[in-house]
Design a protein around this ligand. Structure first.
Ligand SMILES: [Zn+2]
Length: 220
C-alpha cells in the first residue's frame, strides 16, 4: 500500500505515533504504528525530539510522572550533546516573550513561553491526525485540510453552547502509556470531516479539525 502521509511512495516502513521518544521505558505494548515510506519516516522523525522537548517543558506537563522520572533528563541531555547546539537553536527559536494576564485580565508582566504556532507543530499535528484516521477509520492518504488550535479549557468550555460542550465531553479518550498520550476522535465512516482532541502528558491538549478536500460541499 501507499504511505498514509504522502500517498506517493510505497509504504515500506512503519511510523510510531505518538513517537517512541515520548514514552519512558519500558514502553507500553499498545503503541500505534502506521504504514509509511522511508522518506516521510526520516522527514517526520527529525521533529520527534524537538516536539517532545517543547511539550515536556510546559508548566502544565512537567509534573507528569513520565516527565519527572525519565523524559526530563533525556530532554535536558539532548541540549548538551555534541549535536545539541542545533537543538538549542531550535529551542531558542521556539521561545517568545509574551504578555501574561490573569483570568480577569490583569496584566502580570512579560514572561517567556513556547511558541506553538510554528511549522514543526503544524507538521506534527497533521501527522498525528493522519495516523489516527488510519488507525481508527482505516483512511488511507487523502487530500485534507488540517486546522488546529489549543483545546478549550474547562472555563472556556463552560461558556460555550451546551451542544458543543456535550459533543466535546462525550468521547471516551483512548490512552497510550499512562497518560503520555490520549485522544478522542469524533468521526463517522464516509463523512468528510472529523474532529480530534489530542492530549499529551495530561497537561496540553490540541483540537484538530480535518476536512477532506474533494468531498467538501461548496457552501464555503
Ligand atoms: Zn510518504
Amino acid at each position: 500500500m501507499l504511505c498514509i502521509y504522502c500517498g506517493e511512495r510505497e509504504a515500506r516502513t512503519k511510523d510510531h505515533v505518538t513517537p517512541k521518544c515520548f514514552f519512558p521505558t519500558p514502553r507500553p505494548s499498545n503503541l500505534i504504528t502506521v504504514p509509511c515510506c522511508e522518506v516521510c519516516n526520516t522527514k517526520y522523525g527529525k521533529d520527534d525530539e524537538r516536539v517532545r522537548n517543547i511539550l515536556t517543558s510546559l508548566a502544565t506537563t512537567e509534573d507528569h510522572h513520565a516527565v519527572k522520572e525519565q523524559i526530563a533528563e533525556k530532554r535536558d541531555r539532548s541540549y548538551t550533546r555534541v549535536k545539541g547546539i542545533s537543538n538549542f537553536q531550535d529551542i531558542v527559536e521556539s521561545i517568545e516573550i509574551v504578555a501574561r494576564y490573569t483570568h480577569c485580565g490583569i496584566y502580570l508582566g512579560k514572561a517567556p513561553a513556547f511558541n506553538l504556532d510554528q511549522p514543526t507543530m503544524d507538521r506534527f499535528v497533521e501527522r498525528i491526525a493522519r495516523a489516527l484516521l488510519y488507525q481508527e477509520n482505516a483512511m488511507e492518504h487523502t487530500a485534507c485540510d488540517f486546522e488546529w488550535k489549543m483545546a478549550p479549557d474547562d472555563a472556556t468550555l463552560n461558556r460555550m453552547p451546551p451542544v458543543f460542550k456535550a459533543v466535546l465531553r462525550c468521547g471516551k479518550p483512548k490512552e497510550i502509556g499512562e497518560g503520555v498520550f490520549s485522544y478522542v476522535g469524533y468521526y463517522f465512516t464516509g463523512k468528510a470531516a472529523s474532529l480530534w482532541v489530542l492530549n499529551f502528558y495530561g497537561g496540553i491538549e490540541f483540537m484538530v479539525k480535518v476536512r477532506e478536500k474533494f468531498h467538501r460541499s461548496d457552501s464555503s
